[in-house]
Every structure is written in C-alpha cells, then in structure tokens.
Design a protein around this ligand. Sequence first.
Ligand code: THU
Length: 165
Amino acid sequence: MSRIINISFSYKEYESLEELNADDQELIISARAAAGLAYAPYSKFMVGAAMRLESGRIVHGSNVENAAFPSGICAERTVIAGSVSNYPDDKPVALAIAAITEGGLPAEFVSPCGNCRQVIAEEEERTGRQIKIILSGKNKILVIDGVGSLLPLQFGRDSLRINHP
Ligand code: THU
C-alpha cells in the first residue's frame, strides 16, 4: 500500500542583523564584503559567501562568471573549494550567503542553488559536521541548521554503496 510521507523543517527567521549573535553578524558582513568582490559582468548578480571554520578563521569567496556561461562558479562553491584546499583540517561550522544587485542589497535572502547544496552536503559528510547556513537579505535573515533540510533525500557517499555491498 502506498503512503504519503511529509518532510518538514524549521529554521529561524530574523528581521535585522542586530538580532543575531556577534559571530553570525560578522559572518554576514564578510559575505556582503565578498559579494562586492564578485566577478559577475554577465548577470550583474554579485554573490558573496563567508565561512567560519572551527578555529574561528573566516574564509570568503564570490561568484566568478565566464563568457562561456557554464564555466562560471557560484560563491558557495568558490569558498568551499578555497577552504578545502587551503585549510583541509579546519572544519567549516557556518556559511553566510549575501548578494548585491544593481539595486544594492536585495530585501529578500539568497538561497544556494542545487549544485551548491550538493557541494555543501559533501563538505558536511567529509568533515562529519553540520554547517549552519545563514541566508541574508536586507530585511530578512534565515538561519538553518545544516544543509540536510534544503536537500532532503540527498545523494551522498552512502548512495554509492547501494550497488556495492
Ligand atoms: N549564484 C551564486 O553565486 N550563488 C547562488 O546561490 C545563486 C547564484 C551566482 C551564479 C551566477 O554567477 C549569478 O549568481 C546569477 O545566477
């Protein structure tokens, strides 16, 4: 017999930066600064990602576009590639994402694309630690405990073992 399964998740929503703790405020400010460094001449949608590592270190990245459009890379994957290759043993604990458009800071938050969710999920698996995701807009900030809720029924390393017991 078929069954309907519901998947739900909770997140925290804030209306202003000042409502968050000092570490998370600092991370959002770093993500906004990183957005200012984006190379996005085609979309003009500049995205910044800032990640806090276990040691307290903050690393940042931004989207880097290309005339051959699919060769561009999102801010989230830039920051993860940078932190894994430079600080492989310093595990990420939080990731803030922010955008700057031609109109400035958008009121709405920016959410990671599907490719980036998959890469964040792999990083959580690699390190064995959840990464707090902070999505920020001017008037709304969302804090989510880990990427799992943004990527239910995810494909991960266990999926590969299904056919190779
Ligand atoms: N982009 C990101 O960097 N991160 C996201 O979460 C969404 C999209 C970039 C990709 C492209 O350079 C531009 O934003 C427009 O899609």
